[in-house]
Design a protein around this ligand. Structure first.
Ligand code: Z5A
Length: 215
């Protein structure tokens, strides 16, 4: 039986990683085999690309075009090394970000040509597309407060993408809303500012129909 491919999307601090973990726990408890990769990253090659994109001391001059291609180099590797084999083996793949992040961040945020962005994504993923995408929507002040409380608990690490200005992040948030409005069948908007358990329950209502007849 073919697997199920679920992706989580949203602005930083919206609670994706928390919800990926909670969903994977529910699915595993029911006997499903689950993979939870993240993007960029999720493979040895992808994790090196992630470091280059986010934390390398040599990444200051990275152009938007290079960023687009590196995000999709990581994705091309993840699709072929992890996602396709897992789906072919009947597993459930729950991915922390996928190609909607590229449309939102590199397309709307960096304002690259949306047709060019679409073509690069198509080349990276081929026919491997999510069955369901959960877009966790949170107001910017909630996202900022969560990131601040997490940062104050951890040693500071420079992140090139987080150095962008406020207008960039507003365009990204708007980009996600545009994507959700265009593809309401695939992309479900989940209010993310509620307690984590309530968010998890709302997500479960969207996931359950995909599991009918599986174990
Ligand atoms: N990027 C891109 O530009 N193009 C692409 O194609 C792709 C990615 C794939 C990846 O960063 C960066 O790459 C990201 C987009 C870009 N850049 N930015 N900026 P990342 O992987 O390091 O981080 P992230 O994806 O942005 O997510 P995050 O910051 O790790 O946050 P999150 O996963 O959405 O949230 P969380 O870790 O689950 O929660 C954040 C905190 O809030 C944490 O302390 C939780 O305990 C807390 N939390 C979570 N849920 C709740 C609720 N419901 N209530 C209260 N508190 C909560």
């Amino acid at each position: 039986m073919k697997g199920v491919f679920i992706t989580f999307e949203g602005t930083e601090g919206c609670g994706k990683s928390t919800q990926v973990r909670l969903l994977a726990e529910r699915l595993t408890a029911l006997g499903h085999r689950v993979r939870t990769p993240r993007e960029p990253g999720g493979t040895p090659v992808g994790e090196e690309i992630r470091h280059t994109l986010k934390h390398s001391p040599n990444n200051h001059a990275m152009t938007a075009e290079a960023e687009l291609l590196l995000m999709n180099a990581s994705r091309a590797q993840l699709v072929r090394e992890v996602i396709r084999p897992a789906l072919e083996a009947g597993e459930i793949v729950v991915c922390d970000r996928f190609y909607d992040s590229t449309t939102a961040y590199q397309g709307h945020g960096r304002q690259l040509d949306l047709e060019a962005v679409r073509a690069v994504i198509e080349f990276a993923v081929g026919g491997t597309k999510p069955d369901l995408t959960l877009f966790l929507q949170v107001p910017p002040e909630v996202s900022a407060a969560r990131l601040q409380s997490r940062q104050s608990a951890l040693p500071p690490v420079r992140d090139r993408i987080e150095e962008a200005d406020q207008d960039f992040f507003e365009r990204v948030a708007q980009g996600f809303s545009i994507i959700a409005a265009r593809e309401p069948q695939r992309v479900k908007v989940i209010p993310g500012a509620q307690p984590a358990e309530a968010v998890s329950d709302a997500i479960w209502k969207q996931v359950q129909p995909l599991l009918a007849g599986r174990r």
